[in-house]
Design a protein around this ligand. Structure first.
Ligand SMILES: [Cu+2]
Length: 497
């Protein structure tokens, strides 16, 4: 600071005051202490949510989003029809302090709005041409369509070659498109929890042994794992926090698996999830007669989201929120069972926001896709890998690639995704959702609309892509959402035309 001129000091003060003013305007909701809080939130006002987000380095040398001077990523609340404006300033060092999947690291960064059906062209959800080098700023203006489904989405960085490191370090946050209670009115009045699950690397962490012990659930070998686990899960940044819910109380939980490369098989011990939405898509939207589904546990691949009603366990019973063991295959990374949080039987009265009644008019889409399901696939995605690289249809991604596939806007298309490797891979496609209806050639009992789907080892998944919305026109991508694999080539371009 001693080298700052008086002018620079004044400028810093003016910027700080301006930032504080913006901060107040945006109504950052801090929750009372003593209860496990939701992440801070920003709400759109007058149909616009506008703020500045920084990329920087934390005290311990990790990449991080900074909002309002704090290493934090606010939850963004918008309604269909709103505009999201983000000034994203890259203040990462020109000389990277960490290693990344494809050296040398460049500390480039950008934003992806995962799952949103918005334009893939700049200044919207463009991960190909919008890229900030250290010192540069990106200005996003993302128009949320009027008819956008309400639900949980998320934002994270997406620079090819460096995505894994940045997302593993925690560069991610939740996006809520408001109005889900219009599809399931019993949500009105329920306390809402936003739970952002991230992986935290314990490699080179002096606390590694303690951290691993604190979340350990079973000493059994999980699947084919042969190496020690390298990550523990955090919930809203905390390792094994305590989450309050009074016995018998119902809460609406909105959970995103924001880890870079770890699966979550989510279970609340002794309880059932009443599933309202998956990957931001209300179950009711396509199935008005069966507005929820129930499940003991739910597999969330990296990037997957679950929105569900949970009920507080009876008093005196210790309950935990856990991830069950996920066998990622003989070539996969260890993904052992882990405790995510302890459930405390205590009232949350007044400490959590409650869903208000929505004025959104639900639009139901009961589609008959049987003919397309029975038709042969119009495109097949095959995942392969060798010791160094990862491929889609034998091709390793390069930024100057032509599109691998072109899709006419206005159609539903049967795609098959084949996993010809010895480990799991989750397929994600930008801009659109798809109906996953068959696994390994067998019909799925309850087909589900997703934007990220797990593809079993040596197996396949059949999906119906929804390319009907004209807003998606432009160059987009699909890729494996184990971001280490995406960085090492498992991505391809698609032109929506
Ligand atoms: Cu993969």
């Amino acid at each position: 600071m001693s080298r700052l001129t008086t002018f620079a000091r004044i400028a810093v003060a003016v910027i700080a005051i301006a930032a504080a003013a913006v901060f107040c305007l945006l109504e950052l909701v801090a929750k009372p202490s003593g209860q496990f809080p939701n992440p801070p939130e920003l709400r759109a006002k007058h149909h616009t949510l506008s703020f500045t987000l920084h990329a920087g380095i934390t005290k311990d040398g990790k990449n991080s989003f900074y909002f309002d001077g704090q290493p934090n990523a606010p939850t963004l609340r918008l309604s269909p029809g709103d505009q999201l404006k983000i000034n994203y300033i890259n203040e990462l060092p020109a000389k990277p302090q960490e290693s990344c999947a494809i050296p040398p690291c460049m500390d480039m960064t950008n934003l992806h709005f995962h799952g949103l059906t918005v334009s893939p062209d700049a200044p919207q959800d463009d991960v190909l041409d919008m890229m900030a080098r250290p010192g540069q700023t990106l200005r996003y203006t993302v128009q949320i369509p009027q008819g956008h489904p309400p639900g949980l989405y998320w934002y994270h960085t997406h620079p090819h070659g460096e995505s894994h490191r940045q997302v593993l370090d925690g560069m991610s946050g939740a996006i809520l498109i408001e109005g889900i209670e219009s599809y399931f009115p019993p949500l009105v009045g329920l306390p809402e929890r936003v739970l952002v699950l991230r992986g935290r690397s314990v490699v080179n962490d002096p606390e590694s042994a303690n951290l691993k012990r604190s979340v350990e659930l079973s000493s059994d070998i999980c699947g084919a794992e042969s190496e020690p686990t390298e990550e523990v899960f955090t919930v809203n940044g905390a390792v094994r926090p305590q989450i309050e819910i009074a016995p018998g109380d119902r809460q609406f939980w909105r959970v995103v698996n924001a880890s870079a490369d770890r699966y979550v098989d989510l279970q609340l011990e002794g309880q059932t999830f009443e599933i309202v939405a998956m990957d931001g898509m209300p179950i009711a939207l396509h199935d008005p007669n069966h507005r929820t589904r129930s499940a003991e546990h739910v597999l969330l691949p990296p990037a997957g989201r679950l929105e569900a009603i949970v009920t507080g366990p009876s008093a005196g019973t210790a309950r935990r929120l856990i991830s069950r063991c996920v066998d990622t295959g003989p070539d996969g990374d260890p993904n052992p069972a882990m405790v995510l949080a302890d459930i405390i039987p205590r009232s949350t009265a007044n400490s959590l926001a409650r869903a208000a009644k929505s004025s959104l008019k639900p639009e139901f889409k009961t589609l008959d896709l049987v003919a397309e399901e029975k038709a042969p696939p119009r495109f097949t995605v095959t995942f392969t890998e060798d010791k160094k690289s990862f491929y889609i249809n034998g091709k390793k991604f390069a930024s100057d690639d032509a599109p691998m596939v072109r899709a006419k806007v206005g159609s539903f298309q049967h795609w098959r995704v084949v996993n010809a490797t010895g480990e799991l891979h989750p397929l994600h496609i930008h801009q659109v959702h798809f109906l996953a209806y068959a696994e390994n050639g067998q019909s799925i009992a309850e087909p589900v609309w997703l934007d990220t789907v797990n593809v079993p080892t040596g197996g396949s998944v059949d999906v119906i892509m929804d390319f009907t919305d004209p807003v998606i026109r432009g160059m987009s991508v699909f890729h494996c959402h184990l971001l280490n694999h995406e960085d090492k080539g498992m991505m391809a371009k698609i032109l929506f035309e």
